[in-house]
Design a binder for this molecule. Structure first.
Ligand code: ADP
Ligand code: NI
Length: 210
């Protein structure tokens, strides 16, 4: 079916082609599916939620540098989206990223939904896989015994150093509490428990206990 959502999907796919750091099109598709589901339960403007989800990473500064929202705007212009809709979507995209140890709470229900969907994809089995894929792409060690998670860090520190295992303590285990909506909080429970089990097993094997 050729509607604006499938065109947004194809646009995102073309933008991500070749990336191996966890920002492939499948991340976007999972966020889109989760956002739709949450929106069905929580309400909100489904068109805005879906477009914001599909476009939420197309201008990620890690992949594209700080070029504002050039890719998202290019797509929306090509679709003739009214300025008011474009502004709502760009606002959501700008509010959902988690930088350093701070986190912004989006000021619209649609933004809260897309942020929850993005965060759900960072936890659970897929979150674990993404964390190691990302760490590998940056040449980071999985784990260094004795290297403690950092309590607070600047955005540059967050981007540059640390082991993948510490990323769980610095970010991923905090996401359950940060969910905006009840629907997402419920989905986060199981994924959070799965990560805790994984970490216990990992450290147990590392220490020769398991
Ligand atoms: P998104 O843009 O989807 O919110 P990020 O760009 O912050 O997520 O990160 C993409 C993926 O890489 C996520 O699954 C995240 O947990 C993982 N990731 C980000 N930073 C690190 C890190 N320092 N170590 C391991 N994984 C990381
Ligand atoms: Ni994302």
């Amino acid at each position: 079916m050729d509607d604006i959502f499938s065109r947004a999907e194809r646009f995102a796919e073309s933008v991500f082609s070749g990336d191996s750091s966890g920002h492939d099109i499948y991340h976007t598709l999972r966020v889109h599916a989760a956002a739709r589901k949450i929106c069905g339960e929580e309400g909100g403007d489904e068109r805005i939620v879906r477009l914001a989800a599909l476009l939420h990473d197309v201008d990620d500064p890690k992949l594209f540098g700080d070029a504002g929202y050039a890719n998202a705007v290019r797509f929306m212009d090509s679709e003739g989206l009214p300025g008011e809709e474009q502004e709502r979507i760009v606002r959501i995209i700008s509010q959902i990223s988690f930088k350093g140890s701070g986190s912004a709470v989006p000021d619209t229900l649609e933004g809260k939904i897309v942020q929850d969907a993005d965060r759900l994809d960072a936890i659970g089995a897929i979150g674990i896989a993404r964390a190691f894929a990302y760490g590998g792409s940056r040449g980071r060690p999985m784990h260094i015994p004795g290297e403690k998670p950092r309590e607070s860090m600047t955005e540059a520190e967050y981007r540059s150093e640390g082991t993948t295992l510490n990323h769980f303590y610095e970010k991923l285990l905090k996401l359950r509490e940060l969910m905006n909506t009840d629907s997402a909080r419920e989905m986060a429970e199981r994924r959070h428990a799965y990560m805790e089990g994984f970490l216990a097993e990992f450290l147990g094997e590392w220490d020769g206990r398991a």
